[in-house]
Structures are given as structure tokens and as C-alpha cells.
Design a protein around this ligand. Structure first.
Ligand code: PEP
Length: 255
């Protein structure tokens, strides 16, 4: 059975002390909440990974993710961080292919495929982001765009490797804009993604792949989005920076 997951992507926000305080608040607010069945993943900046891991390592249902990793294993790449280094901090997951990485850092699907390979080699589970931009949605190309991203970045993987992944559908027009996909749009795309995985890897793997929704998800809309048959949780940006909002989103599963 696929997992229910809520992951918080802090992006480039929070000093170390502010981040650790946020983690403490999230832990306190979930300790007696009905969210035991939901895997809670926190994705702070690289500099905070080891300390956040230290805080959550004995608390069940919590894990840590990096927001990126380099596509080479090691070497003269000043300023970069490898999958092996990330794993050595106790981190279990890594977000790969976020639209901000694609847009501001020019990351292509072929480069992202290399990141996915190295992450898996180093025992990190990729949370792989796909999604169309506003123009592509308006011109009805969204299904083709997402299909191409899946094919070029992920469909070279063996079935055992693919089955480790988490997919995040994040329409670029919904990220940080306050405009959320409707539950109809989200369910339509998640169902399409699952059907493409089914075509390539078969029913068992497609049914067991967690597909998260991301894009202006908040305490007001999470319940409706998470109620969709093929939506297995959320990748949360802005609303993950406040414990009350993040925990309210986590609890949307249980309401
Ligand atoms: C994100 O950046 O992954 C995201 C979903 O951001 P927001 O929730 O702020 O739209």
C-alpha cells in the first residue's frame, strides 16, 4: 500500500536556530494528533540537515530531505553537495527537479536523471518533481509535458529502483502564487501520471507509487486535495514555514 506523505520544503528560509525551533513546534503539535499514519518529511537547507536529523531521529513518522544534490559523485565542484555527503548526515530523501531548480539553474531532465541515479546509488530516496507551466496548461500541453519529464528523467530506471521513488506533481503556475490546482485538475493529472507508470512498470508499481501534490497547498484546501483518489499527500512550500499551518495540513488526512 502506498504511503501518505506530507513534505515541507523550506527553500532558502530559516536560520539554524529558527529552523530547529520550527521542528520543535512541529514535533510538539503532532505528538497527540491523529497523524501517525502520515510520513512527515522536513526539507531544510543543506546547512541544517544534520541538526534536524538529530532532532527527529528518535521520533517515529519523521524523516529529513535535502532540497537538491549534485549530479556528480565528488570532485572539483566548488560549493556543491553530493548525494553521499547528504546521506552521511542521516538524511533519507532528496527533492530533485523542483521547478525553481529547472527555471533558475537551468536543470534539464537529462541532468536530473543523473542526479536520480546518484541519489539512489547513495541510498537517498528521490522526491521527483514534475509539472507544466501556465502557458503549457493554457494551451493544453500539460499531459505531454509531464509525460516527457517522466520519460526523460525517470523511465530509464529498473523496476526495483523506480519503485523507491516518490513523485510530486507541482504545476509551476501554482507554486508560490496562491493559485491552487482544483481537486479535479489535481486528480486528473495524478491519475494520468499513475497510468503512465502503469504502462511502463505495471500495475503493482503504479499502485504503490506515492504521488504528492504541490502548489499553494494550505490548511484551507489540503483536505479536498488529499481526498482525491490518486493524491497521496503534499509537497508544501510557504505553508511549511509555520508549524500551525504545516500540522493542520498533515491533519487534513485524518479529518
Ligand atoms: C514548492 O515550492 O514545492 C511549493 C509547493 O511551494 P508553495 O507551497 O509555496 O506553492
Amino acid at each position: 500500500m502506498r504511503k501518505k506523505i506530507v513534505a515541507g520544503n523550506w527553500k532558502m528560509n530559516k536560520s539554524l536556530s529558527q529552523g530547529l525551533q520550527l521542528v520543535d513546534e512541529i514535533i510538539a503539535a503532532t505528538s497527540d494528533s491523529p497523524s501517525n499514519s502520515v510520513l512527515k518529511i522536513i526539507a531544510p537547507p543543506f546547512t541544517h540537515l544534520a541538526s534536524v536529523h538529530e532532532k527527529i531521529k528518535t521520533i517515529s513518522g519523521f524523516s529529513v530531505a535535502a532540497q537538491n544534490c549534485h549530479h556528480m559523485s565528488n570532485g572539483a565542484y566548488t560549493g556543491e553537495v553530493s548525494s553521499e555527503m547528504i546521506h552521511s548526515t542521516g538524511t533519507s530523501y532528496v527533492i530533485i527537479g523542483h521547478s525553481e531548480r529547472r527555471q533558475y539553474f537551468g536543470e534539464s531532465d537529462s541532468l536530473l536523471a543523473q542526479k536520480v541515479n546518484l541519489a539512489l546509488t547513495n541510498n537517498l530516496i528521490p522526491i521527483f518533481c514534475i509539472g507544466e507551466n501556465g502557458e503549457e496548461r493554457k494551451t493544453n500541453q500539460h499531459l505531454e509535458v509531464v509525460k516527457k519529464q517522466l520519460k526523460e528523467a525517470l523511465f530509464h530506471l529498473s523496476p526495483p529502483d523506480f519503485s523507491k521513488l516518490i513523485i510530486a506533481y507541482e504545476p509551476v503556475w501554482a507554486i508560490g502564487t496562491g493559485v491552487t490546482a482544483t481537486s479535479h485538475q489535481a486528480q486528473g493529472m495524478h491519475n494520468y501520471i499513475r497510468s503512465e507508470i502503469n504502462k511502463k512498470y505495471g500495475k503493482e508499481i503504479s499502485e504503490n507509487t506515492s504521488i504528492l501534490y504541490g502548489g499553494s497547498c494550505n490548511p484551507q484546501n489540503a483536505q479536498e486535495l488529499f481526498a482525491c483518489l490518486d493524491v497521496d499527500g503534499g509537497l508544501i512550500g510557504g505553508a511549511s514555514l509555520k508549524a500551525a499551518d504545516f500540522v493542520s495540513i498533515i491533519n487534513s488526512f485524518a479529518n
